[in-house]
Design a protein around this ligand. Structure first.
Ligand SMILES: Cc1cc2nc3c(=O)[nH]c(=O)nc-3n(C[C@H](O)[C@H](O)[C@H](O)COP(=O)(O)OP(=O)(O)OC[C@H]3O[C@@H](n4cnc5c(N)ncnc54)[C@H](O)[C@@H]3O)c2cc1C
Length: 411
């Protein structure tokens, strides 16, 4: 291996960036520099965001702090403003500039508002900790305010909860908010029959990622829990406290969550490189940005071709991003040692979704599981995968308090 020290910068410390940093920490030539830049000082464990929204897990317990990374990783908390790919130099919000021999962009994604009028202004999304905490606070506040409302219209509006988007995060969001609203309503003497909880999905069925039988089971389960599932219809316009569907119907929405997918982080729009069909940085299957030596991109902000399926790309999931992080690290090490790079090849293990208390669906290695067993699998897998023992124990404690003591975590 060539022993010349190198300077590697990873931009974005989410799933992809963190796993790239961990892999590189002890493998770079002596004297090398490894820097991780992120606007936050933690990795957000998104699979449990809806648990925070539902009040069953504390926000603190789904943050994996960057200080827990190996000491060889220099962590910088700052925001990327722009990047000159030709000179491999980034400019940060603080005014600082950093240049490197290799830069890995792992900047993630943002909510896709799909150009629907009013969607961004009048909805919450389910992407950040603030989104989840906001949804949780508002759900309980609205139910409590409804119990004191003086007009029937106001009471009806406050008790209306709508989620747009029936992918697995939309499904998990509506299930979590429904459980929280139902329990809060019982505490203030409101019948759960008064709650209007609606999930809207333009496709014919929910959870396109799941096999049809599991999606059908999931839909039936949500309906049994009192959630109105509207498939085959979209949202045309969103206003403060109400929305209009594509058939012209209007719905009250005291709380409205927009959860209809993602687009790559817009900060990459100004990068001088080719973008893919979905707007992500177009890379080859080794994660190289072809126009610029030493520039790499992974995760939700990149469009990575599947070498085994021409014309298709890796899905924007944490499951993929984690493996892409480790793989880009190996390719950087191969590059500096003069070895050939390997294309990224990975097939997702499966998908899981938690539906409500004691309900879930899972498709793991092609084995389909539903109900209590899927709910237990979801919990076991995601708590084990959470980064950090303190966080794992915290999550377990939060769940025990809720299951046995009916206590939600403090808002
Ligand atoms: C509610 C929810 C549930 C999910 N559940 C699952 C699941 O169960 N399984 C699964 O596989 N996937 C799941 N996902 C998808 C998964 O979270 C993403 O695919 C994954 O996080 C992508 O990893 P990444 O490294 O590309 O981006 P991210 O993990 O999003 O990391 C991007 C990082 O870049 C930082 N950043 C962004 N812009 C800047 C800037 N300008 N300057 C500095 N730093 C910046 C961010 O702070 C962030 O830390 C879920 C997503 C959501 C929203």
């Amino acid at each position: 291996m060539q022993r010349r020290p190198v300077n590697v910068l990873i931009v974005g410390g989410g799933f992809g960036g963190r796993y790239a940093a961990k892999r590189l920490a002890y493998r770079l030539p002596p004297g090398s520099r490894l820097t991780l830049l992120d606007r936050n000082d933690y990795l957000l464990y998104t699979p449990m965001l809806t648990e925070v929204a539902g009040g069953s897990v504390s926000a603190d317990h789904i943050k994996a702090p960057n200080v827990s990374l190996p000491r060889r990783v220099e962590v910088i908390k700052d925001e990327l403003q722009s990047a000159d790919l030709a000179t491999r130099t980034v400019t940060l919000a603080s005014g600082r500039t950093i240049s490197a021999d290799h830069i890995v962009f792992a900047l993630g994604s943002v909510t896709n508002y799909r150009h629907v009028e009013g969607a961004q202004e009048h909805s919450l999304s389910m992407k950040t900790l603030q989104d989840a905490q906001g949804a949780r606070r508002m759900t309980q506040e609205n139910v409590r305010r409804a119990s004191a409302a003086t007009s029937a219209d106001e009471r009806k509006r406050l008790l209306s909860f709508v989620v747009a988007g029936g992918g697995y995060t939309g499904v998990e969001t509506i299930a979590a908010l429904n459980d929280l609203a139902t329990d809060t309503a019982a505490q203030v003497g409101i019948s759960s029959r008064e709650l209007q909880v609606t999930l809207i999905e333009p496709a014919k069925r929910l959870m396109a990622e799941m096999p049809e039988a599991l999606a059908t089971y999931g839909q039936e389960r949500l309906s049994k829990d009192g959630i109105r599932v509207r498939t085959g219809i979209g949202v045309a316009k969103v206003e403060q406290d109400s929305l209009t569907l594509t058939n012209g119907e209007t719905l009250d929405a005291g709380l409205f969550v927009w959860d209809t997918g993602i687009v790559p982080n817009p900060v990459i729009d100004s990068f001088a490189c080719k973008k893919g069909e979905k707007g992500g940085i177009a890379v080859d299957s080794t994660f190289r940005v072809p126009e610029h030596r030493g520039v790499w991109a992974i995760g939700d902000c990149a469009e990575i071709p599947k070498p085994y399926a021409s014309g298709s790309f890796f899905e924007p999931t944490a499951q993929n991003a984690i493996r892409e992080g480790a793989h880009v690290a190996d390719n950087i090490l191969a590059y500096i040692a003069g070895r050939s790079l390997k294309p990224f090849v990975y097939k997702q293990i499966g998908e899981l979704a938690v539906l409500s208390r004691y309900g879930g669906v899972a498709n793991v290695y092609g084995v389909q599981v539903r109900g209590l067993l899927a709910w237990l699998m979801w919990r076991a897998i995601y708590v084990v995968k959470m980064i950090g023992m303190r966080q794992r124990l915290g999550i377990l404690w939060d769940w025990i308090r809720l299951q046995f003591g009916r206590q939600y975590v403090p808002a």
